[in-house]
Design a protein around this ligand. Structure first.
Ligand code: SOE
Length: 382
């Protein structure tokens, strides 16, 4: 992969995760762009990375073949569009855009440019999630009937907790659903092979006024801010949502998302009940997959490459008992994406999430919001 090089726009919490994963794969990261050169240097110097003066300079660098976009959500659409126009392959954080009209446009532009396009739904790349998908595909659990779970966090549970995601102009009209619910919905589509056909939503904003820091702060660092450095800010996006789900196959389900759940740091969990067996997994215990059965004892599979189905083995690199986690999912995702980059174009059936998957989450998000506002079931129209 010697001739392939990356650059990353965005130097927040997740931008650094992208850089570290790329380096583990031996992909040169030529530089980063931050919201200002000073903020970029604060991160880049520790990583021994050059800083581009601005996004345009990054795009103008002919050595950069792949651009990773890890900026606040409102910048995704214009930056992806510019990167495609500059002939770059693109990996974009979720959500791909702020509206489904924008994401549809990006699917079209990437398709006609022939570039590799990926959306960072990294949770698919936990080895046991790949194994769960392979189990469903093999018919082991029978047709899924009930698909339910939650994505819970506690980092926004106090009125003094702040992040740019709380501002609709930067983060979009949906917050918890777009930020973490989108991961869960994408993962369930990936594992079950099914699609959501209708949604019914209940939402709540428990903290209608928050204290906004007068200076920008990084994601997950809100605890370090003192009240004296803040101003009052009304909040219009959801802290919580529960969404009843109907799937195209006839399966039913429910998802709860919350960013105000004490003690839940970053916990995505699911249970899929099939005709014969069930699967359950929790991202805070990512090395364990529960297999539920009626006639024989249920059990827990501890991740071990030798015990995974062949389709899942490619997503795990360490022997059993040598825990793999969040940063490894980025490495495994980019392994798949950069195979396509090395080939020069997207494969016929990508083994990584593409802009089409990013677009799907915008369609679902808009239906979920409409359902909450109108208090009724909303059919998904694609
Ligand atoms: C913040 O809620 C966040 O960083 C998300 O944006 C990520 O997608 C998730 O992986 C962890 O939490």
């Amino acid at each position: 992969m010697a001739e392939i090089s990356a650059a990353v726009v965005g130097t927040g919490f997740i931008g650094v995760v992208h850089v570290e994963a790329l380096r583990r794969l031996g992909i040169p990261v030529l530089g980063v762009v931050g919201s200002s050169p000073e903020r970029a240097h604060a991160k880049a110097d520790a990583l021994r990375l050059p800083v581009y003066p601005d996004f345009e300079a990054m795009l103008a660098d002919p050595r950069v073949t792949v651009v990773h976009i890890t900026t606040p959500n409102h910048l995704h659409f214009p930056q992806v569009r510019a990167a495609i126009a500059a002939g770059k392959h693109v990996v974009c954080e979720k959500p791909l855009a702020l509206t489904s009209a924008e994401s549809a446009e990006l699917v079209r532009l990437a398709g006609s440019a022939g570039v590799v396009h990926a959306v960072n739904f990294n949770i698919r790349f936990y080895p046991l999630c790949q194994h769960a998908r392979a189990l469903v595909q093999s018919g082991e659990i029978g047709a899924p009937r009930v698909i339910q779970g939650s994505y819970l966090q506690d980092w926004l549970m106090l009125p003094t907790d702040w992040n740019w995601r709380l501002e609709p102009e930067l983060g979009g009209e949906l917050r918890a659903v777009a930020d973490i619910g989108s991961h869960w919905l994408d993962l369930m589509t990936f594992i079950s092979g099914d699609r959501v056909s209708a949604v019914m939503t209940d939402m709540a904003t428990f903290i209608p006024v928050r204290r906004k820091p007068t200076k920008p702060i990084d994601t997950f660092t809100g605890k370090e801010v003192t009240a004296a450095d803040t101003v009052e800010q009304p909040i219009h996006t959801e802290d919580y949502a529960s969404i009843l789900l109907r799937f195209a196959s006839g399966a039913r389900g429910v998802l709860t998302v919350s960013q105000v759940s004490p003690g839940r740091k970053n916990r995505l969990s699911y249970e899929i009940d099939g005709e014969r067996a069930a699967l359950a997994w929790d991202s805070e215990r990512p090395e364990e997959l529960w297999l539920g059965r009626r006639e024989v004892p249920s059990g827990i599979l501890l991740r071990d490459p030798a015990l995974l189905l062949p389709a899942a083995r490619g997503a795990t690199d360490y022997p059993g008992g040598h825990a793999e986690g969040f940063p490894d999912t980025f490495k495994q995702l980019y392994k798949a994406v950069y195979r396509a980059v090395a080939a020069g174009a997207p494969p016929a059936a990508p083994d990584y999430p593409t802009f089409a998957d990013g677009h799907e989450e915008l369609i679902l998000g808009e239906a979920i919001l409409r359902s909450a506002r109108e208090g009724r079931w909303v059919q998904i129209e694609r």
